[in-house]
Design a protein around this ligand. Structure first.
Ligand SMILES: [Cu+2]
Length: 196
């Protein structure tokens, strides 16, 4: 958690430094850790609005909440198709847009970890989660979005099945993981309450 949480925090400090210097040293502060600098004003915070149809929003759990799915016997967080975290459901063949809905500095991925035939989810304790994109245009096991910067999206077509998905940055530290059901007539699970 420390490493990824540090990014917005560092950006915040940089913003403070810039303000303190009157903005005259804007190019001299370097880049936080290994990531490229992104515009400090690039704050989306669209989690207050419902997402467009056929969109999976990927957001930091302190913004989109956690919810315990009784059906899947697991806490899920960080993925939504409407507002706050929930288990996801779409019909097969849907071309979805996966969008990072977090604020500036918060990077996420969508990685497909495994399939399940039925509940419980039984999320693996420590799966291999790469930040490199992989898997082309079909969402199947092994699909990886690659790093999604705030406001950025990728498109992928859903294939029938039940998938465990997770964020390579926050799977372990913030339980950023979910169940994605791709079946005719499937409905999303209960939605998290707004984080306090
Ligand atoms: Cu994440």
């Amino acid at each position: 958690m420390a490493r990824t949480l540090a990014i917005p925090f560092i950006a915040f400090i940089f913003a403070g430094l810039l303000a303190a210097c009157g903005g005259s040293h804007g190019g001299a502060l370097g880049q936080p850790q290994a990531f490229q600098a992104i515009p400090l004003g690039d704050s989306l915070a669209i989690t207050d609005a419902r997402l467009p149809k056929d969109t999976i929003g990927v957001g930091y759990p302190d913004q989109v909440g956690h919810v315990f799915s009784k059906k899947w016997k697991a806490d899920v967080a960080g993925f939504t198709q409407s507002h706050y975290s929930q288990t996801l459901a779409f019909p097969p063949g849907t071309k979805i847009t996966v969008t990072n809905i977090s604020k500036a500095g918060e990077f996420h991925t969508l990685n497909v970890i495994a399939t399940r035939g039925k509940p419980p989810a039984n999320f693996p304790k420590n799966p291999m989660l790469s930040m490199k994109p992989s898997g082309g245009d079909k969402l199947v096991v092994g699909y990886r979005s690659g790093i999604l910067r705030p406001g950025k999206s990728v498109s992928v077509t859903l294939v029938k099945g039940i998938y465990l998905i997770g964020c390579a940055f926050h799977y372990l530290s913030d339980n950023m993981r979910d169940v994605l059901v791709v079946e005719p007539g499937a409905t999303p699970g209960p939605t998290a309450t707004p984080p306090g």
